[in-house]
Design a binder for this molecule. Structure first.
Ligand SMILES: *Cc1c(COP(=O)(O)O)cnc(C)c1O
Length: 360
C-alpha cells in the first residue's frame, strides 16, 4: 500500500507506484493478523506484466502505516524474498516501525514467541537488501533517519550523493549529536518493556472507543488508532472529505489534532488529475512515544465518542480553499461546503491541544 512521502519520491524519480498488498488490508474490519502481507500472486503478475528489469525494488513497509499500522509476517517476507530472488529484484525495507512489526510477529506468528524482538528484527532485515528509516518513529529521535544497503558499491554511490546534497556523512545533514541520539534510540527501541507499554497504550485507547461503539480499524496497530470516517460521518459524500471533516470537528471539540488518511492524503492521480479515492477513508490518532499518559487517552476517547454520537447530524463536509500540488494534506486549507448547522461544536475554551499527528 502506498505511503504518502515515499510515493511522491518514487514519482518524482519517474517511477510508477503499484500496490501489491493483500486485499484484506483494504477492508477496515478484516481481522487478518498480518494485513501488511504482500499478495504474492499480484506481485508475480506485475513482474510478468512489466518485466523484472522495469522494477527497481520492492518496497516492503513494516508495519504498513496507511492500512492501520498492520504487520507483515516473516513467512510472507520469506516468500517475497524467494520470488524476488528468482527475478533478481531487490527488496528495500521501510523500517520506520519495523520494531513494532517484530513485536507483532512475536505475539502472533507461530514459532516466534520464544525469540526476542531484536532477533526477529534482525531476521526481517536478513531477508532484505537494504532499509530506509525515518528515525523519528521507532528510534525516538527528534529528527533524521538513515539508509542501509547490503551492496557496498551501491552504498558508496549513496554516500557520494550525501556529500553533494548534505555534507560528509559524519557531520552533514545530520549533526553528530543527532546521529548519537539515533544510535541510542535503536538500542532503546528493542527493549521489550518499552514496546509493550507503547502498543498497550494504543490498544487501551482503541478499547475505550470500541466499547462505546466507535468504528476503528481492526486489528489495532502499534502506533495509532484509525477511525473509519465514512462510518462515523455517513452523510458526507467522499468528494467532501469525511475524514478531513472528522479531524476538523475533533479539533473544534477538544483541541485534539489528528490527521486525515483518506482521499486528501491520497492526492490526485498524476495522469488524470482526478482525486484518488482509496477504499480506506480514515482519521489517524497517532500516539507519540513516551509523551502522553493513560489520562490523556481518556480525554481523547471522550472527545471522539462525543463527536461520533453526533455523526449523523453532520451532513456536509469540506472543500479546499488552498490545495498544494504535492502532499496536499500537509499544507492544504479548507472551509465547510455549507454552514455547519447541527452537531458541530463551537470551539471549546481551554481545549486540550493534544497533538496526535505525524511525529509518532
Ligand atoms: C514517517 C514515515 C516515512 C517518512 O519519514 P519522514 O521522516 O517523514 O520523511 C516513511 N515511511 C513510513 C512508514 C513512515 O511512517
Amino acid at each position: 500500500m502506498y505511503f504518502t512521502t515515499t510515493r511522491i519520491h518514487q514519482e518524482l524519480n519517474g517511477g510508477t507506484f503499484h500496490d501489491v498488498i493483500i486485499s484484506e488490508a483494504h477492508d477496515p474490519f478484516s481481522d487478518h493478523p498480518f494485513k501488511g502481507n504482500v499478495d504474492i500472486d499480484a506481485l508475480e503478475n506485475l513482474i510478468q506484466e512489466v518485466g523484472a528489469d522495469a522494477i527497481p525494488y520492492v518496497s516492503v513497509a513494516a508495519t504498513v502505516n496507511l492500512a492501520g499500522g498492520q504487520p507483515i509476517s516473516l513467512a510472507n517476507l520469506a516468500e517475497v524474498r524467494e520470488l524476488t530472488n528468482r527475478y533478481g529484484i531487490s527488496i528495500i525495507l521501510d523500517a520506520a516501525r519495523a520494531v513494532e512489526n517484530a513485536w507483532f510477529i512475536k505475539q502472533r506468528e507461530p514459532g516466534w514467541s520464544g525469540h526476542s524482538v531484536a532477533q526477529i528484527l534482525k531476521e526481517m532485515c536478513a531477508l532484505t537488501d537494504g532499509a530506509a528509516m525515518s528515525a523519528k518513529k521507532d528510534s525516538y529521535a527528534n529528527v533524521g533517519g538513515w539508509l542501509a544497503m547490503r551492496d557496498p558499491e551501491l552504498a558508496e554511490k549513496a554516500r557520494n550523493l550525501v556529500v553533494v546534497y548534505e555534507g560528509l556523512h559524519t557531520y552533514g545533514g545530520m549533526a553528530g549529536r543527532d546521529l548519537a541520539a539515533v544510535a541510542q534510540g535503536i538500542v532503546d527501541s528493542v527493549q521489550e518493556d518499552n514496546i509493550r507499554a507503547r502498543v498497550e497504550q494504543v490498544a487501551y485507547l482503541a478499547g475505550c472507543l470500541q466499547d462505546a461503539g466507535v468504528p476503528v480499524v481492526q486489528p489495532v496497530g502499534g502506533h495509532a488508532v484509525f477511525l473509519d470516517a465514512t462510518a462515523v460521518l455517513p452523510e458526507i459524500p467522499r468528494a467532501e472529505f469525511p475524514a478531513q471533516t472528522l479531524a476538523a470537528v475533533l479539533y473544534l471539540d477538544s483541541g485534539i489534532r489528528s490527521i486525515e488518511r483518506g482521499a486528501v492524503s491520497a492526492g490526485r492521480d498524476p495522469a488524470t488529475g482526478e482525486n484518488r479515492y482509496p477504499k480506506l477513508e480514515l482519521v489517524r490518532l497517532t500516539i507519540p512515544r513516551r509523551v502522553y499518559t493513560q489520562s490523556h487517552m481518556d480525554i481523547v476517547a471522550d472527545s471522539v465518542i462525543r463527536v461520533a454520537k453526533q455523526g449523523k447530524a453532520i451532513t456536509n463536509g469540506l472543500r479546499f480553499v488552498h490545495e498544494p500540488e504535492a502532499l496536499r494534506f500537509f499544507q492544504g486549507r479548507f472551509e465547510p461546503v455549507a454552514q455547519w448547522q447541527h452537531g458541530v461544536p463551537a470551539p471549546r475554551p481551554g481545549a486540550s491541544d493534544l497533538i496526535l499527528q505525524e511525529l509518532s
